[in-house]
Design a protein around this ligand. Sequence first.
Ligand code: ATP
Length: 734
Amino acid sequence: MYETILPILLALPLVLYFWQTPIALVAGTFQKVLANPQASELLRFIFLGTVVEAGRQLGQLVYDYTGSLFVVRAEFGTGDFAYDWVTCYMDSQRVWHESRSFKVVARNAALRPKHGAIAGKALLGATDGHPDPVYEPAQASPALFRWKGYWISVNKPTAGYAHYDTGNEVGGKLVISILGGKRQVLDDFVNAAREYYIESRFLPRRVNPDLDKEPSGALMSAEFKQSDSSYEWMLAYLRSANVNALQRGMHFTISTKQSDVAWGEPGTPDKHAVRFMPAHATQQQFLFRRPNTGRSTWLQVVVKPGDLNWSTNAYVGGAVSIILHTTDRSVLADLIETARQTYLEHGVSRVNVHLADNRGEWAKTVSKSRRPMSTLILPIDVKEMLLHDAREFLDSEQWYNEAGIPHRRGYLLYGEPGTGKSSTIHALAGELGLEIYFVSLANPGIDDYTLAKLISDTPARCILLIEDIDCAFPSRDADADEDDDPALEQPLFDKDGKSMPRNSSGPTLPKSNVTLSGLLNVLDSVSSEEGRLMFATTNHIENLDSALIRAGRMDVKIQYRLADVSQLEAVFMRFFPLEHSSSPDVEFADPGQQHPSSRPAPYTSPQLAEFATAFAKAVPAHTYSIAQIQGYLLTKKCDPVGALEGVHAWLVGQEEERRAMAELKAKRKEERRRRREQREREAKEREAKAKLAEQLDSEGPVLPVLVNGGKVNGIHSDAKEHGVDDGLGNEGHV
Ligand SMILES: Nc1ncnc2c1ncn2[C@@H]1O[C@H](COP(=O)(O)OP(=O)(O)OP(=O)(O)O)[C@@H](O)[C@H]1O
């Protein structure tokens, strides 16, 4: 207003000077109006009002001008980190201490910044489990406080509203005014608030997961996908007991599975603990403490479960999504490394086996107890050779690169079932600290494309295990006889990976959707060159294509045989050791690996050795697998003499079982042969009938034929002359 009045007042003398005549005219009129007492009263009021308002405006102008010289004012928007800094800081400065107007809410104050909690009072919720009363200042009425010798007034002229997603207040405005201060005081105040906020590690507000909508740009996000190994690292870290943050978590999934990595109640043996894991799809916040610097950063974590694959009952496409309250990338690198270390530490006594689903994703990880190589009953040179070969291969990456040879190595373990092929790979993985990526080519969901994807999704150093490679597809060389095909003994799967009953009308062979050329391409692909050990196992090497097992693809081939005399002795001694000598840090999942009795054996060492020799003599060599022997000895766990005495009866039983199986097999074979012959006969009959009908339709008039004096059939004239074979070997004669 004064911007318009001031120029008018200044211009008035000039107007008077130049406009005397018109003014005199106006003045005359004015005098006449003034002569009227009512009009003069009105004009007096207007004049006085104008003067008073002009004075007020002038005063405000002077006040604002001088105020801007002596008051520094700053605005903080709710939903912004700067707002969080100053409110937390003012709380610590007990700005609200003297307030007389509050908003009281019931909250789990332990999870929040101490913002507004009753000063000097212990949190009640910690003892009785109920929410605490939290006093929040009614900030609409201004508060005045003193900070480092300055008076500061704080006022919240605009209240915010709760964000629909995060529940945080947004859209509000807080104004602080520093009286008599300079700009430097504001800087100091904001910096002090920021430092305090960082140091005190207040639980920050939850951030909208859609970081595009986060205006500060002060956050970083990272996603760890289930199909990648880093997902397992992250889960292992989040579930590890030393992630103090999750002690603050409020949403859990409870597990009693041994394989789940999680924290249990302190003091309970890990094996029997009820495990607490961060619940899926809930926002968890925790502090990550950097190992090198000791500084902490807040993380906001969501574990997304992915979609359930109904056929495998496993979740796929899951992810761990993390928002880091920092823009320092080295924090993320530290977090990943810490997670990896946690995962490896946990895996010291275990071997992780990754299983592929039928969509070509590494969907599930099973953690198995490590198996020491010493528990394998194999010729000592075989174990040493394997270990040495694999170690040398892993250590010689540079040599391979310089020599221009792809850095990969293939091993084929073949032989009778139950002779220790899988156990060898398991033990080797534990010894080398590698993870196993297991894929079955018999899985109908795996085709050339998904196989290639799976292989390229494996990490650089690992064991790729393709089990029973022979039953996945018939050999190009083999002249497969359906009756003798071992694949017939394999389970069948439908398209979704569910097992199907095998019946005579249904398909008889599990057909792999992987072609030989597809498999060869994958084995030779660039992604197979990253220091990978590829293991394939088969019970029927004779069925494999020669291209598959040539050197360069299968560099080492090891045959596993049924137990010989020394293996029989060894397995007996392993079951009945003189002393208990298992390594304390190794857990055994397979009872066959474990020394079954903790009781001291009542026999001397020479006696046990004698029993073992007698046992090995009693059992025919190269007839039984170690798995079979193990199965028998498990029934005599603590009784070596009983095991020796009972072995003949067991052998007789085995022999009978074997005979019965052979008979059953022969019967089934005979049955199949009979059915096949019948099918062939029927096909022949059908073909002959069709041929005959065709001839009758297409050729000439039909002549009546008399057999035994009666008209029974009609045949063509030429057929009549030459005779007709009806396809069943019965010739029709005229
Ligand atoms: N040589 C061995 N040394 C120690 N244990 C063995 C040996 N062979 C078999 N076993 C035991 O027998 C069981 C089956 O062994 P494993 O699965 O390794 O045999 P496999 O040759 O892979 O059989 P398949 O060809 O049927 O897959 C395991 O419990 C294992 O402990």
